[in-house]
Write a protein that binds this ligand. Structure first.
Ligand SMILES: [Ca+2]
Ligand SMILES: [Ca+2]
Length: 224
């Protein structure tokens, strides 16, 4: 009888995070129980990660004009400007697309409406996956909303007069928020939690002390 000796190789995978480091409160909400992770890791991913910035340059029709700019004089374009032709022969700015690290992949798209910037889409760590979408008020130019991915968590941040007022967090990546944090003057004033992920708030908390140790990993610890 022969015995085979199996070698177990432990592979350590190190994740290098090039994306902006989440704040302590954001980090906490991404921590999940193992049972939840199994459900969400397979097919659910944050909404902004479905945006493909390079596709904007692939879907150019006869009604569009595309200008390519080689901003550093290196022989290949790194800025693309997309217009739509008006019937009277003039052109209207639709998008500016930037390949910031010059690897032939678009990393930042600025969308324009009627001469005003309406939205930006950003790949912050150059992995071709969008990390943050920011929406702007066309009249005031102020930021209205930011949608971002933190791990597999969706986060929506709502602003009023450039001040963060509400943060919605989708901890189970089903596209719907299940944690709401309300802010005034940079401080958390209320937190609402949908503990069963069924769309109903089952717990409401007031402002939480940043130093308070929470057993429940879903509780946001502090304001940003
Ligand atoms: Ca790039
Ligand atoms: Ca990215």
């Amino acid at each position: 009888m022969q015995f085979l000796v199996g070698l177990i190789t432990l592979t350590l995978s190190v994740t290098v995070l090039g994306a902006p480091v989440p704040t302590a409160s954001e980090k906490k909400v991404t921590e999940k129980k193992d049972s939840e992770k199994k459900d969400t890791e397979k097919d659910k991913k944050p909404l902004v990660q479905n945006i493909k910035l390079d596709d904007y340059l692939k879907n150019i029709g006869p009604e569009n004009i595309l200008e390519k700019i080689d901003s550093a004089g290196k022989g290949s374009p790194d800025i693309f400007v997309l217009f739509i032709k008006n019937e009277n022969g003039t052109k209207q700015l639709l998008m500016q697309l930037f390949d910031i690290n010059r690897d032939k992949k678009v990393d930042l798209v600025k969308h324009w409406e009627k001469g005003k910037m309406s939205k930006t889409e950003m790949d912050l760590d150059y992995d071709a996956i969008v990390d943050v979408v920011s929406e702007y008020d066309l009249l005031s130019g102020e930021i209205k909303r930011k949608i971002q991915a933190d791990g597999d968590t969706n986060i929506w941040k709502h602003y009023f007069k450039n001040e963060l007022r509400k943060k919605e967090v989708d901890r189970n990546s089903d596209g719907k928020p299940d944690l709401w944090v309300y802010y005034r003057a940079g401080k958390v004033i209320r937190t609402e939690i949908d503990e069963k992920f069924d769309g109903r708030v089952t717990r409401v908390e007031g402002a939480l002390s940043p130093n308070k140790t929470q057993k429940d990993s879903t509780s946001p610890a502090s304001a940003e």
